[in-house]
Design a protein around this ligand. Structure first.
Ligand SMILES: NC(=O)c1ccc[n+]([C@@H]2O[C@H](COP(=O)([O-])OP(=O)(O)OC[C@H]3O[C@@H](n4cnc5c(N)ncnc54)[C@H](O)[C@@H]3O)[C@@H](O)[C@H]2O)c1
Ligand SMILES: [Zn+2]
Ligand SMILES: [Zn+2]
Length: 399
C-alpha cells in the first residue's frame, strides 16, 4: 500500500489566505463511511477555479482548514475492493461532481444533484463548502469515490500527457461552458451573449463556436480578459463603458437582442459603467432577460448561493436577489441553473480535444504552476489575470 507516502495540499485559512500544508494521505473512507468503491489518485493536474475564489474571498461559509480543489486529473495508484473496471496505472479525468451512480438523479444523468453523497443537500464536490465534506484535490494525492461510475479514462496515456493542458479542463470548465451553451439553446447560426470572460466564460465562448454559433459576444470589464476572448474570434463588449448594453449588442448584430445568453459570472457580479467597482448581484440575470429574444433560453452556470455573509444587503445574504422576473415571464424565457453534470459531456469533449477540433487550453490561456506556487496563483487570478492556473503537484506536466 502507498500509505507511507506523505501528502501536501492547498488549505483555505480564512478570507484572502490559502497555504500549502501537510495533510493526511487519503484513505478509502470518508469519516465513518467506507469507500471500497473508491480509488486513490496521484494528482497529475488540478486547476484553480472561480468557484474556489468565492470561498477564498470569504463569500461563503467555508470553514478554515478546508483542503481546496475540485478540478482533478490523475493516475490511479490504488483501487478499493469493489472497484471492477478502473485499474492502477489508468490516467483519468475526475468530474468535479461526486455521484453515486445508483440514485434516481444519477440514473437520469443529473450527476450534479446526486442524492447519496451529501447528507446536507443534493449534490457534492471535492474540497467545497456544503458539498459533502469530500477532501479537495489541490494536493499530491486524493481519494475519488464510486470510481467505476465517475472516472473517465484516457485511451492512450502518452497521447493524453501531450494534451494534458487541454484535457485537464474536462474536470469542470470545458463541460461547464459547453453545458451553459447547450442549455441556452446554442446551435448552428445562433447569436450568443456570454456574460463574463473568466475561464468559464471563455470556455463557454469556445463551446458556442464548437456548436456552430454565428456570432459570439463576450462582455466583461477586465481588458486583458476581453482581449483573450478576441484572440479566438469573439466580439467583445467592455462593460466599464457607459451606455445601455442592448445598444452595444445592436451595434454588433444590427438588432438589440441575442438568440442565447449564458451567465458565466454568478452572484459576485459587478454593475456596469462608472459603477463597475460596485457589486450588483442580479445585474447579469436582468441583462439576460433584457437581451434574450422572446422564446429564448438562458444558461446560468455562474454560481448563486443560499448563504453569502459578505453580501451587499440582508436579502442577498440568503441569496434573495432583485430580479425583474416579470420580463422573463413576458418573453417566455427558459432558465437553466445548477452544477454542470460533467459526465454528460466529458467523453465527447475529450474526443474533440484528441482529434484537434478545439484549442481550449489556448483559449483560456492555461498556465502551469507548482503546488508551492498555488497561493500566488490564487492571488493573481483574484486580481483578474486572463489565465487559467493549473497546478502540477508532481512536476509531471512540466516534464
Ligand atoms: N455551474 C457550474 O457547474 C460551475 C462550474 C464552474 C464554475 N462555476 C461558476 O462560474 C462562474 C465563473 O467562473 P470563472 O472561473 O470564470 O470565474 P471568474 O471570477 O474568473 O470570472 C468571472 C468574470 O465575470 C466578470 N464580471 C463581473 N461582473 C460582470 C458583469 N456584470 N457582466 C459581465 N462580466 C462580469 C468578472 O470581471 C470576471 O472576469 C463562477 O461563479 C463560478 O463559481 C460554475
Ligand atoms: Zn471549477
Ligand atoms: Zn447518485
Amino acid at each position: 500500500m502507498c500509505s507511507n507516502h506523505g501528502n501536501r495540499g492547498v488549505v483555505y485559512q480564512g478570507p484572502g489566505k490559502v497555504e500549502v500544508q501537510n495533510i493526511p494521505y487519503p484513505e478509502l473512507a470518508l469519516g465513518g463511511r467506507k469507500c471500497d468503491h473508491g480509488v486513490i489518485l496521484k494528482v497529475v493536474s488540478t486547476n484553480i477555479c472561480g468557484s474556489d475564489q468565492h470561498m477564498v474571498r470569504g463569500r461563503t461559509t467555508a470553514p478554515a482548514g478546508l483542503v481546496l480543489g475540485h478540478e482533478i486529473t490523475g493516475l490511479v495508484v490504488e483501487c478499493g475492493r469493489d472497484v471492477e473496471f478502473v485499474k492502477p496505472g489508468d490516467l483519468v479525468s475526475v468530474p468535479f461532481n461526486i455521484a453515486c451512480g445508483r440514485c434516481r438523479n444519477c440514473k437520469e444523468g443529473k450527476t450534479g444533484i446526486c442524492l447519496n453523497v451529501n447528507p446536507a443537500r443534493p449534490g457534492a464536490a471535492y474540497g467545497y463548502v456544503d458539498m459533502g465534506g469530500w477532501v479537495g484535490g489541490q494536493a499530491e494525492y486524493v481519494m475519488v469515490p464510486y470510481a467505476d461510475f465517475n472516472l473517465l479514462k484516457f485511451p492512450d496515456k502518452d497521447q493524453a500527457m501531450e494534451k494534458i493542458r487541454d484535457l485537464t479542463l474536462l474536470s469542470d470548465i470545458f463541460p461547464t461552458g459547453f453545458h451553459g451553451c447547450v442549455t441556452a439553446g446554442v446551435g448552428p447560426g445562433s447569436t450568443v451573449y456570454i456574460a463574463g470572460a473568466g475561464p468559464v466564460g471563455l470556455a463557454a465562448a469556445v463551446s458556442a463556436q464548437l456548436l456552430g454559433a454565428a456570432c459570439v459576444i463576450v462582455g466583461d470589464m477586465i481588458d486583458d480578459r476581453l482581449a483573450q476572448a478576441r484572440s479566438f474570434g469573439c466580439e467583445t463588449i467592455d462593460l466599464k463603458q457607459e451606455g445601455d448594453i442592448a445598444d452595444k449588442v445592436e451595434a454588433i448584430l444590427g438588432v438589440p437582442e441575442v438568440d442565447a445568453f449564458v451567465d458565466c459570472v454568478g452572484f459576485e457580479a459587478h454593475a456596469c459603467g462608472c459603477h463597475h467597482h460596485e457589486e450588483k448581484p442580479a445585474t447579469v440575470l436582468n441583462s439576460a432577460m433584457q437581451l434574450t429574444r422572446a422564446g429564448g433560453q438562458i444558461g446560468i452556470p455562474g454560481l448563486y448561493v443560499t448563504e453569502d455573509p459578505g453580501a451587499i444587503d440582508e436579502a442577498a445574504k440568503v441569496g434573495a436577489l432583485s430580479m425583474r422576473f416579470g420580463l422573463g415571464w413576458a418573453k417566455s424565457h427558459s432558465f437553466h441553473t445548477g452544477q454542470c453534470p460533467v459526465m454528460k459531456y466529458h467523453r465527447q469533449l475529450m474526443q474533440s480535444i484528441l482529434f484537434d477540433k478545439v484549442q481550449i487550453a489556448k483559449a483560456v490561456n492555461v498556465q502551469v504552476i507548482s503546488l508551492d506556487q498555488a497561493p500566488n496563483g490564487y492571488a493573481e487570478f483574484d486580481g483578474g489575470a486572463a489565465t487559467k492556473y493549473v497546478i502540477d503537484p508532481h512536476g509531471m506536466v512540466a516534464a
